[in-house]
Design a protein around this ligand. Structure first.
Ligand SMILES: NC(=O)c1ccc[n+]([C@@H]2O[C@H](COP(=O)([O-])OP(=O)(O)OC[C@H]3O[C@@H](n4cnc5c(N)ncnc54)[C@H](O)[C@@H]3O)[C@@H](O)[C@H]2O)c1
Length: 256
């Protein structure tokens, strides 16, 4: 079984901090919406508000890209879309495989947002022989027996795992051995991968738990302000204590 670290250090080799990299997709989403409305330029304040990020942080992030905007005019929307897309590697097509085509895998396969962002679903893989050949989102499901060949034939470097937790490490090991170097893991388990392999995990139940934490704090604040209880915890303090940035700008996907 593969061992070793599960994510890269906090700063990438080109000097862009991981926290900045994690915010680039937020800027890109906001900029794409502006571009679709043919908005030519945007101020750092407007863009920060649209991306849900603090504007000083945005300016610092863009300084890593060498993008400083023009005083009184702001940032050129189209150029920034290009710059961020290039930085994220989205100016090329990325073939992706999804392993585990149950409820979640099928929903992901049907999600149109991958293709529009440069991620092509190259193959769907499942261990259930009864599913082999059946189309999901117009793509025939292939059996796990062929996993290695599918990865090689399609030049896949990004794999999405949507299997039950108990199967995820074994699937991960096979993907990595076949040449996959980036994994998006939806299974509720921690994956172990060798150096050079990036794992990101998505866990909506963790996001809900964080919201539940804030709900509980809000209820506590209200109770404290109604009566003679102890000083209420501020919203900002409660956000920090949930290991989230003060701007609430940590995306739902996180390093493994
Ligand atoms: N991250 C999230 O927010 C989130 C949300 C929903 C579900 N999940 C997780 O996603 C996973 C899938 O959930 P689901 O509801 O789609 O389950 P599901 O039971 O509907 O589908 C799982 C699929 O994986 C296949 N499978 C099992 N072992 C396999 C293997 N070794 N190789 C390839 N395929 C294999 C099964 O045949 C099945 O088709 C679970 O781990 C679940 O906990 C995560």
């Amino acid at each position: 079984m593969a061992t070793g670290r599960t994510h890269r250090p906090a700063t990438r080799s080109r000097g862009i901090p991981e926290a900045t990299v994690a915010r680039l997709p937020l800027y890109l989403r906001a900029l794409t919406a502006l571009s679709e409305r043919s908005v030519p330029t945007v101020s750092s304040e407007e863009l920060a508000a649209a991306a849900g990020v603090n504007s000083a942080k945005l300016r610092k992030d863009f300084s890593y890209l060498g993008s400083y905007g023009t005083r009184g005019v702001g940032y050129d929307v189209e150029y920034l879309v290009y710059q961020i897309s290039r930085e994220l590697g989205l100016t090329q097509d990325w073939p992706v495989v999804i392993v585990g085509i149950g409820n979640l895998g099928a929903a992901l396969a049907n999600y149109g947002g991958f293709a529009s962002r440069g991620f092509r679903v190259a193959a769907l893989i499942d261990a259930d022989a009864a599913m082999a050949g059946k189309p999901v989102a117009g793509i025939p499901v292939q059996h796990t027996d062929d996993l290695e060949k599918i990865i090689k034939d399609n030049g896949v470097s990004i794999g999405v795992i949507a299997t039950p937790a108990g199967a995820a490490q074994q699937v991960c090991d096979r993907l990595v051995a076949a040449g996959v170097t980036s994994i998006l893991n939806f299974a509720p388990t921690v994956l172990s991968v060798p150096d050079g392999v990036d794992v990101r995990k998505v866990d909506l139940s963790i996001e809900l738990q964080i919201l539940a934490f804030h709900e509980q704090r809000k209820a506590g604040e209200e109770a404290a302000s109604d009566g003679a209880g102890p000083a209420a915890v501020t919203r900002e303090e409660s956000a920090r204590s949930a290991d989230q940035g003060p701007d609430g700008d940590v995306p739902a996907v996180m390093p493994a």
